[in-house]
Design a protein around this ligand. Structure first.
Ligand code: SF4
Ligand code: SF4
Ligand code: FES
Length: 532
């Protein structure tokens, strides 16, 4: 690979790559606002200026400038090298570039920083970007000085309603156009544009439009400052109180790599953010996915129930076992869940195998809208994983709920043990009234409503779990918060049920279950794990 020198460090680059992109790949940050690796180059913020040294023996290209001379009390003529934006500069073999070691680049960054903050409001105490704002970070790193302008700042529109999810603040906007380019280049919707120049520059909506496509929260996420804020997250949490785990979006079968941000003090999840994964979602997520974290705290089943009355988990497990003991293996329907992790489903499959049940069923969320960007019409995060595991464990893929409905109707099935909450087949939901149902459910839903015994299963945010996306890529979603209420990971509930049934399973704890899973199905991809 060809290389260039950046502050005396050798950086490898791919032909055609820019200096900033190659540096970032090597873990070196050249400060920037407008550049984003997934968008075209605008080169309008000038924060990434670097000094390119001339080839050995050649003179540097110098510019005449006026510099203030303290002794003379006047401006005097001086010369300085012409700096270049690293985001637009194509890397070339043997190039010598100074970034952190160039006094001219350092001076230019401080000047850009001062310029960007000239008319910036003192909003940090009430700004949701505080704590993760590039204006704050770069001010500390590259300026650290008070601005010299003493005049009142130029006031511009604040709290402009851009649509159902986003609010715009023109005073905080540095007009980097990342949001405009994201809408144009990734979403293909020219709903945003820039008007005016200089101090008056601001981002506007297309006439008659709102920012209302399927990727509005991502539009907000690419904003490097607090100019775009999400109505969902505004004023809810301070980011320095939040902790982060690597997760997998549960919104659809694309399985975008995400971060879950949660507050450990109140065990509450506040948002999802995209996690770069070039194989799956690149840098992006959709609104549906980014808002899907809300399900973790909505419509939950947090306690066990027997015949509609609250009970302890242990009592409910005993009741479930007593209902299942008289049922012959041919008359028991075991229902897997396309929304639960491979670990939860594997535990149920192992129980099926131990009980001699050969054929399983599976349930999931109904299909929805898809697109050719990220969104998949299948709204289940682990259909592929469940099918793979059922085939590897019992030699057959699970049947759909229509088959279960017919089997209940014909009397072929006389009890149901189901993981998950969704029964989009309304017909089945009615028929489930005819047989005892044991439900291991995270959310309220048609199955749990009709269940004789309900066992509270933890959500994906409360346990480590593996999810296999539509392309067969396995990824681990890490535990963020403690299991809510009396809930437990579904695999643990299955283990408890097996013990009440006097059946032994080939695992006793999460680690053993992980080993059985590794032997049965492809491991979570190392590539994804490396991208912490
Ligand atoms: S709103 Fe944000 S992303 Fe858009 S131009 Fe302004 S600073 Fe840049
Ligand atoms: S495309 Fe699917 S997996 Fe990706 S963020 Fe949206 S809902 Fe989540
Ligand atoms: S990052 Fe804005 S000019 Fe290079």
């Amino acid at each position: 690979m060809p290389t260039f020198l950046l502050d005396d460090r050798e950086i490898e680059f791919n032909p055609g790559e820019t200096v900033i992109a190659a540096a970032e790949r090597s873990g070196v940050d050249i400060p920037h606002y407008c550049w984003h690796p997934g968008l075209s180059t605008a080169a309008n913020c000038r924060m990434c200026l670097v000094e390119v040294l001339p080839p050995e023996g050649r003179p540097a290209m110098l510019l005449d400038v006026l510099r203030f001379d303290e002794d003379k009390g006047d401006y005097v003529l001086a010369r300085k090298p012409k700096l270049q934006p690293a985001c637009q500069l194509a890397a070339a073999p043997g190039m010598r570039i100074k970034s952190q070691t160039s006094e001219h680049a350092i001076e230019a960054r401080a000047a850009v920083q001062e310029f960007l903050l000239l008319n910036h409001p003192v909003d940090c105490p009430i700004c949701d970007q505080a704590g993760e704002c590039r204006l704050q970070d770069y001010w500390l790193e590259h300026s650290g000085k008070k601005k010299r302008m003493k005049d009142e700042i130029l006031h511009r529109p604040k709290a402009v309603d851009f649509g159902p999810t986003i609010v715009y603040d023109a005073e905080r906007c540095i007009v980097c156009t990342r949001c405009v380019r994201f809408c144009d280049e990734v979403v293909g919707d020219h709903v945003l544009d820039k008007r005016e120049r200089g101090n008056l520059g601001e981002i506007i909506l297309a006439p008659g439009r709102q920012l209302d496509h399927a990727y509005t929260l991502m539009t907000e996420h690419v904003c490097p400052v607090g100019a775009l804020t999400s109505k969902d997250f505004r004023f809810k949490a301070r980011v320095w109180f939040l902790r982060t785990v690597r997760s997998v979006c549960q919104g659809c079968a694309t399985g975008c790599s995400s971060y879950t941000d949660f507050d450990p003090r109140n065990q509450t999840v506040y948002r999802y953010r995209p996690r770069e994964n070039q194989e799956v979602n690149k840098y992006w997520m959709c609104d549906e996915g980014m808002l899907d974290y809300r399900r973790i705290h909505e419509g939950r089943i947090l306690a066990a129930k027997v015949a509609g009355k609250k009970s302890s988990v242990d009592e409910a497990l005993s009741e479930a076992a007593s209902r299942l003991v008289p049922v012959g293996k041919d008359k028991l329907a075991i229902v897997l869940s396309y929304t639960h992790s491979s670990e939860d489903n594997l535990a149920l499959l192992e129980l099926a195998r131990a009980l001699g049940v050969q054929q399983t069923y599976a349930t999931g969320r109904p299909s929805g809208e898809g697109d050719n960007i990220l969104r998949h019409a299948d709204k289940n995060p682990n259909r592929t994983g469940v099918v793979q595991l059922a085939q590897a464990t019992l030699g057959a893929a699970p049947l759909d709920l229509a088959s279960l409905s017919s089997a209940v109707e014909s009397g072929a099935i006389s009890a149901v043990l189901a993981l998950g909450s969704y029964a989009e087949d309304a017909d089945l939901a009615v028929k489930l009234d005819r047989v005892p149902v044991i439900a291991l459910s995270t959310f309220e839903g048609a199955i749990a409503e009709r269940a004789t015994v309900v066992l509270p299963a933890s959500s994906w945010a409360e346990a480590d779990g593996t999810f296999v996306n539509a392309n067969g890529l396995a990824q681990v979603s890490e535990k963020a918060i403690q299991p809510q209420g009396d809930s437990q990971p579904a695999w643990r509930l299955v283990l408890g049920l097996a013990s009440k049934l006097g059946v032994s399973l080939p695992f006793a704890k999460a680690k053993d279950l992980g080993e059985v899973l590794s032997a049965r199905a492809p491991k979570a991809s190392a590539q994804t794990e490396a991208q912490a």
